[in-house]
Design a protein around this ligand. Structure first.
Ligand SMILES: [Fe+2]
Ligand SMILES: [Fe+2]
Length: 286
């Protein structure tokens, strides 16, 4: 694990929000911010080490690219079911599922029932947000925060925010979009640390690229920061497989805060209708 504990200047500066953010800090603020940034990642590395886990570096992960028959960014609807934490996920011979037909005028609930299952992560995030007493808008944001992943894992927060933008409040779309960047940055004030899963997915020495640093700085100083942050604090990897949450638990929230188009998602001629059609028909050859 030694290599993963090495700290380089670029990584630290990136972790603090970039050169400009660091220049604006006094000495004490820099020291606090450094500690805050590192503590999340170090906690995750130490916890992994205690369980005997060794995670790869960025370079080691890059070396695996041509050992797979797919790219890691491909959306869930276009691949066999997989789980990045499942060591068998890269084995050949897996097949995709046959999908049930969609109704003529699909609703968000129809997508949850027919295209997103099991969607346990989304449903449990939403339940947790509700249990934590968050607003109905944040519960909805948590419910759909990763739906971009059905199309594309890469930049999924941006895809996800765009897919729902015509149907939700600006605030909900903001929270979904910016959870993407905030996931990389600890916020001890709300008990959020660097995710251990990111050590696995990105490598122990990963440095978020400049656009992620910029998005973090922007969101960190935005009046809706806490909305986006709440999506990350309710965004759990370690959900309980014995708990089954049904979408019906959220029909009230969806009904009040998701403007379901009467023509059906995909048929309403918005700038994102094709995205819903693509999710409805991922077997279409063109
Ligand atoms: Fe996410
Ligand atoms: Fe998530």
């Amino acid at each position: 694990m030694d290599a993963s504990l090495k700290v380089n200047r670029d990584e630290v500066v990136a972790g603090l929000g970039g050169e400009e953010a660091v220049r604006g800090m006094d000495h004490d603020a820099r020291a606090d911010a450094l500690e805050e940034f590192l503590s999340g990642r170090l906690d995750a590395i130490v916890a992994a080490g205690q369980r005997g886990k060794e995670y790869a570096t960025v370079a080691e992960l890059a070396d695996k690219v041509d050992t797979r028959g797919y790219r890691r960014g491909i959306g869930k609807l276009f691949m066999h079911d997989r789980n990045v934490q499942n060591p068998d996920a890269d084995k050949p011979g897996k097949t995709v599922r046959r999908l049930a037909p969609m109704p003529a005028k699909p609703t968000l609930i129809d997508f949850f029932k027919l295209r997103f299952p099991p969607a346990a992560h989304l449903l449990q995030s939403a339940r947790l947000a509700r249990k934590n007493g968050l607003s109905e808008e944040i519960v909805l944001a948590c419910l759909v925060h990763d739906i971009g992943q059905y199309l594309c894992f890469t930049d999924h927060g941006y895809w996800g925010a765009q897919i729902v933008e015509p149907y939700v409040s600006e605030r909900v779309a903001f929270a979904i979009k910016h959870h993407q960047a905030l996931r990389f940055y600890p916020d001890p004030s709300v008990g959020y640390g660097y995710p251990e899963g990111y050590l696995l997915m990105f490598g122990t020495d990963y440095v978020p690229p400049p656009h992620v640093q910029a998005a973090y700085s922007y969101a960190r100083n935005h009046k809706w920061y806490m909305d986006a942050r709440m999506v990350t604090t309710n965004d759990l990897y370690a959900f309980d497989p014995s708990v089954v949450v049904e979408i019906e638990e959220f029909t009230d929230v969806v009904g009040r805060h998701f403007k379901q188009p009467k023509e059906g998602l995909g048929n309403d001629n918005t700038a994102v209708s094709h995205m819903w059609r693509t999710m409805a028909n991922p077997d279409a050859p063109l």
